[in-house]
Design a protein around this ligand. Structure first.
Ligand SMILES: C[S@@+](CC[C@H](N)C(=O)[O-])C[C@H]1O[C@@H](n2cnc3c(N)ncnc32)[C@H](O)[C@@H]1O
Length: 284
């Protein structure tokens, strides 16, 4: 599979040849302690109660929504929505024996009112006590609409928590920082196939305000990487480099030198990159 197909694939996994590489990537990300840390924080922000109703949109492997379901009694309800049938089949198979108050449903973040022609389920107004989405809105063309849908399905005074990176605030240090900057700019170019909404992190607060949320809190986390070994499974750098080359933001020589320099920095114990992650919480 081409690397750019891989990263952009998250906006529609099912049209790709294989779903398994996407699942493998999501599972590899869960091996990173810093990722697990922010996921715990996001779940804590949802103020879970044993008999509450909770939703995750873009649930991927089902990991987070299953962790939520584990905190509930049998009268609680946890629902994981994704628009990839491949992901849902995987998560259903993982948790079918787990005896949790958990179900999975097909749906589109941008319109949770359902679509029978695509087998998308309808989610009712004012139903959930809290909803979350994590690293999904960067792949969505109209993230504000997705946030307003999360608000619609959440009870009045219920909580919505959204976590997204901001690729404009992503840092990768090298001795060739003129090239690093060209690469990070290319990541955020409007024609970037890698993510549809690369600056979603910084945009979230304004979307929450415009959607009418109350008591909005923004938490910004820095997730630093000190080795290529920990960086590579999380950040799709190959996809970003491929895109930068394609739009001629960098030359082939610059790409080669940049990669060589990152390798050298890593060997010298000097590798440094930082993923900037926004968590925004609001009351519906
Ligand atoms: C990068 S993965 C994140 C998965 C999960 N939230 C996690 O943290 O591991 C993005 C997920 O969002 C799903 N997705 C992307 N666009 C979507 C949309 N418009 N509606 C529903 N799910 C979507 C993808 O199928 C994929 O499972």
């Amino acid at each position: 599979m081409r690397t750019d197909d891989f990263a952009k694939g998250y906006s529609n996994i099912d049209v790709q040849e294989e779903v398994q590489p996407f699942i493998d990537y999501l599972k590899a990300v869960l091996e990173n302690d810093q990722i697990i840390h922010y996921k715990v924080l996001m779940r804590r922000m949802m103020s879970l109660k044993k008999n509450g109703r909770y939703l995750e949109v873009g649930c991927g492997t089902g990991y987070d929504i299953a962790e939520i379901a584990k905190k509930l009694s049998s009268s609680g309800e946890a629902v994981g929505v994704d628009f990839s049938k491949g992901c849902l089949e995987y998560s259903q198979a993982c948790y079918k024996e787990a005896n949790l108050p958990l179900r999975f449903a097909l749906g589109n973040a941008e319109d949770l009112r359902g679509d029978a022609s695509k087998e998308y389920s309808r989610l009712e107004d004012n139903y959930f006590d809290a909803c979350k989405t994590d690293r999904v809105l960067m792949h969505v063309g109209d993230p504000k609409r997705a946030i307003s849908e999360l608000k619609r399905v959440t009870k009045e005074r219920g909580i919505v928590v959204v976590g997204e990176p901001d690729w404009g605030a992503f840092i990768i240090n090298s001795d060739l920082n003129d090239i690093s900057l060209k690469i990070t700019n290319a990541m955020c170019s409007p024609e970037s196939p890698v993510v549809k909404s690369p600056l979603i992190g910084r945009e979230l607060y304004s979307h929450f305000v415009q959607c009418g949320f109350h008591h909005i809190d923004v938490t910004i986390l820095n997730i630093p990487f000190y080795t290529l070994e920990e960086f590579n499974p999380i950040i799709p750098l190959d996809s970003f480099l491929e895109h930068a080359l394609k739009i001629k933001a960098i030359t082939e020589d610059e790409e080669k030198n940049f990669r060589k320099n990152l390798q050298k920095k890593d060997e010298q114990g000097e590798f440094f990159a930082n993923y900037c992650f926004f968590i925004v919480k609001g009351e519906a």
